[in-house]
Write a protein of this length. Sequence first.
Length: 203
Amino acid sequence: MTAWKLPLIVAAIVVPIVAGFLLGGAAVGAAVGALAALAVLVVAARMRPLGPIRPVPARDLQRHVLVVATCPVEDPAAVAEIARAAQGDGVHGDDGTEMLVLAPAQIGFLDRWASDVEPARHRAQQRLVATVAALAKAGIAAEARVGDEDVVQAVEDQLQSFPATDVILVLAGPEEAAAAAGASAELESRLQARFSRVIVDSG
């Protein structure tokens, strides 16, 4: 769950209850509270348990590397780490490694309220252009796609069509790495592919 969703959920529960007490008294407030509790139970009951994230089966023995870029990957050290992940490991073939760069569309607060996702998609595309260009300089060809703003959901969606053998999450410095600790832990525990993180030097 992304960080902005929890406050909205809490507000959706608390605000109607407070309004009920203020406008209709204790009886109305209690009734609204009971309805809110029932709604939470219904939603919780309908939520599916989180299972493993399995990539679609590959039709070859080559490496298929999914790079999830939350920032432009232009730092030579980060590019070198990604390049190492694209090399053969004695199990998959050394030639013909397929790489896909995925940039989650990071939607800003105002854009979300205005239901305007185009600025976020444009920023994601800019990250993709910079990343693919840096990889190309290192001799690595890669395709590029924009994904869901939720990193885990973006990866899960992409693996329905991309047979990843490796997933690399690229984060912009220690601060973003700390903020994305939950998503990193979930990917590490659920992915049925090799997972690693690359933290770009923000200095």
